[in-house]
Design a protein. Structure first.
Length: 117
């Protein structure tokens, strides 16, 4: 059974950077995709970025394009989210998720990111 564990969240000033890590305990198959989502207080969870495991193809929410970069390390079964030029509106709990079919069906526990102004 695959488990996802996020790390790397914290408190940072606006304009700063953080790198989130999501480590998968089991095997990720080539057609799977890994994604990052976030949920701010009082708001719906929203998509941030995703990467296809075999091709490395990526996509991003418009709100983070040019500031966030998703990447992966196949050997380590790990996905990263490099977040630069952070804004207070990026404050949220960030979750990584695994898509094994048509939907993301496995989620990590989340890591808090707080950006102060």
């Amino acid at each position: 059974q695959v488990q996802l564990v996020e790390s790397g969240g914290g408190l940072v000033q606006a304009g700063g950077s953080l790198r989130l890590t999501c480590a998968a305990s089991g095997r990720i198959f080539s057609r799977n995709a890994m994604g990052w989502f976030r949920q701010a207080p009082g708001k719906e969870r929203e998509f941030v970025a995703a990467i296809v495991w075999n091709t490395g193809s990526t996509n991003y929410a418009d709100s983070v394009k040019g500031r966030f970069t998703i990447s992966k390390d196949n050997a380590k079964n790990t996905v990263y989210l490099q977040m630069d030029s952070l804004k207070p509106e990026d404050t949220a709990v960030y979750y990584c998720a695994l898509r094994r079919g048509l939907q993301y069906d496995l989620w990590g526990q989340g890591t808090q990111v707080t950006v102060s102004s």
